[in-house]
Ligand binder design. Structure first.
Ligand SMILES: *[C@@H]1O[C@H](CO)[C@@H](O)[C@H](O)[C@H]1NC(C)=O
Ligand SMILES: *[C@@H]1O[C@H](CO)[C@@H](O)[C@H](O)[C@H]1NC(C)=O
Length: 331
């Protein structure tokens, strides 16, 4: 429950107190007294706080979610589970957990961040300890870089001071100004404390399309070679990924020294999605929307999307991204 609701509740108590006041002063005192106590109790009980009641990692939950809800991403699924479970079960990590998720749009990067949040914070993405930054939304003007830098540093510091187990998600990392990324570097590093604040229990997740092309190329090689997609392993993607990410001077993150200094703990590749995955996404969306999942509708919807390469139509250009909004037109 949100603070808004709580204050509403308190108002109701106070108003009822005032109404009773017209009749009997003793009852009034009792009602107000009870109201205030109950209100305080409800507030501490329902208001999210930085403690194990609100922040408790559910390893089984994350495993189940990754297996049942994340579609077509066996490599990412394995790395995420290992990384997050390892980090969360370590009571004294030496640095914050830094994950860098790579892949084309619609392949599940945002969705995975959501699954992680849901299995750590009771309030999931709505938690006041989960922070999402988008360059377009939060840092749109290059001319304001210096302001953004100090603002972002203050936000991170302030929030981690409030709660050590804070999570920061940076969407569209490729569009983020390199200077801005540089400014958060100290927080990702192996420091015991910076200005008295320890960042070691925080989680940073970077989302980007950088390296997406090389992942697609590798998936296409496997497909052309008649090899099973599920045989693709991290080591098949890792070298290409780090090379293409590293050499791509355009993508902000990478010509900073994040990689150089090994500040990123895990690079997580997201594979392009095939027709059959899009069908699965559509079925899952129908279920989520409270409809009866219908295979024919799902296949029709998936069949109408754009696939590449043009000749073979193997991978969905937008992954599963537009499925939810398209569903209305097909049902
Ligand atoms: C953890 O997740 C599992 C699977 O989703 C669920 O059954 C279980 O109730 C969860 N545990 C807690 C403590 O929330
Ligand atoms: C925490 O981060 C949010 C942005 O997500 C910011 O608005 C807020 O001011 C920060 N809190 C503190 C205490 O710095």
């Amino acid at each position: 429950m949100k603070a808004k609701h709580l204050s509403l509740l308190l108002h109701v108590f106070l108003i009822s107190g005032v109404l009773v006041n017209a009749f009997d002063p003793i009852t009034t005192t009792v009602v107000i007294g009870c109201g205030a106590t109950l209100g305080r109790f409800l507030y501490t009980y329902l208001h999210e706080s930085c403690d194990p009641k609100w922040i408790a990692f559910n390893a089984t939950g994350l495993k189940t979610d990754l297996e049942s809800k994340l579609i077509g991403q066996h490599v990412a699924s394995r790395i995420i589970l290992k990384a997050v479970t390892g980090f969360m079960s370590n009571s004294n990590p030496k640095k914050p957990l830094v994950l860098s998720l790579h892949g084309w749009t619609g392949t599940g990067k945002n969705f995975v961040s959501q699954l992680i949040a849901e299995n750590i914070y009771k309030e999931g993405m709505d938690s006041s300890f989960v922070h999402v930054f988008t360059s377009e939304l939060h840092f749109p003007h290059a001319s304001q870089l210096e302001t953004y830098k100090s603002q972002l540093q203050q936000w991170i510091k302030g929030n981690v001071t409030n709660c050590a187990q804070s999570m920061f998600i940076f969407d569209e990392m490729d569009q983020m100004h390199p200077g801005l990324i540089d400014s958060i570097k100290p927080y990702l590093d192996y420091y015991d404390k910076l200005d008295g604040v320890s960042y070691r229990r925080a989680i940073f997740i970077f989302l980007s399309n950088a390296g997406g092309d090389s992942i697609v190329q590798k998936a296409l090689d496997f497909w052309r070679g008649g090899q099973n997609r599920e045989e693709i392993e991290l080591r098949d993607l890792e070298t290409d990924l780090s090379l293409s990410v590293f050499n791509n001077k355009k993508s902000g993150l990478w010509h900073t020294s994040l990689i150089d200094k090994n500040l990123v703990d895990f690079f997580v590749p997201f594979l392009p999605l095939e027709y059959r995955h899009v069908v699965q996404c559509a079925m899952a969306e129908m279920q989520a929307a409270g409809m009866q999942p219908d295979k024919r509708t799902a296949e029709q919807l998936a069949g109408d999307l754009v696939y590449f390469p043009k000749a073979d139509r193997v991978f969905s250009v937008k992954g599963c991204k537009t499925i939810a909004s398209k569903l209305d037109y097909y049902t």
